[in-house]
Design a protein around this ligand. Structure first.
Ligand SMILES: [Mg+2]
Length: 244
């Protein structure tokens, strides 16, 4: 493994102890010859993630993918990777997305300002079915918007540029770093993680506390289903990969 892309909440983090557990494990890997790169891949914004890292034992990552694949930060230099952002612009119009979603969806509420970015329109929409999500996607398609709808935790609705998701972001990053995809591992627990598991050739770890929709969405040959929750499941999956 040369690159590990992991979701944070519910995957490696569910409180201070989990952060310490992950940090101990990862620092052990960093002391090995040719240590892998760590990329957090989260729905949180970049600023919110940096705050979490500073307040917990979570190790500093080599890359930070925030806002469900819409932003990639290289923390060492503090630079956003603008080449990635540039690939998201085509066919994207956030103002049009916002007005269409507000018109079409009932009982929907915009998430706070810090959850939005120029390539991510985020909403609370409780208890929706696959059909509700598909219907909204159809309306966006008919409106000529190159946008995709991602729904997680029976509550969080993100509308993103067609190309922006966690999977495309990590595939782009791996290519730009010259890392073959069969040397990439990913881990996650919810709907917005599915795209990571669907990247060809990657090794995937699904933790036992994952939403039931996740395994169903990503059935594939190189996926390890841990019987353990959160960070314990991630460590089990990585350990298996590293000894195999
Ligand atoms: Mg999660």
């Amino acid at each position: 493994m040369l690159l590990f892309s992991t979701d944070i909440d519910g995957t490696i983090y569910d409180g201070p102890d989990s952060a310490r557990t992950f940090s101990d494990f990862w620092n052990g890997l960093r002391s090995r010859p040719s240590p892998p790169l760590l990329a957090y891949n989260t729905g949180r914004s970049i600023d919110d993630t940096l705050r979490l890292i500073s307040e917990t034992h979570l190790p500093s990552p080599d890359y930070l993918i925030g806002g469900v694949g819409t932003e990639i930060l290289h923390p060492e230099t503090g630079q956003l990777l603008e080449d990635w952002t540039a690939t998201l612009r085509s066919g994207w119009d956030v103002a049009k997305v916002e007005s269409l979603v507000a018109d079409e969806a009932e009982e929907i509420e915009q998430q706070p300002e810090e959850c939005q970015n120029p390539f991510k329109s985020s909403w609370f929409w409780h208890g929706k079915t696959r059909q509700d999500i598909d219907r909204l996607q159809e309306r966006l398609d008919r409106g000529g918007l190159e946008a995709q709808v991602v729904y997680s935790s029976a509550r969080d609705l993100d509308v993103l540029p067609l190309k922006a998701n966690k999977g495309n972001a990590i595939a782009w990053l791996a290519e730009s770093l010259g890392v073959d995809l069969d040397r990439v591992a990913v881990a996650g627990d919810s709907g917005n993680d599915a795209s990571m598991f669907l990247v060809d050739d990657v090794y995937g770890i699904i933790v036992s506390n994952a939403e039931s929709s996740l395994p169903a969405a990503v059935s594939g040959a190189r996926i390890f289903h841990s019987a353990r929750p959160c960070v314990e499941g991630v460590i089990e999956g990585l350990t298996r990969l590293l000894v195999s």
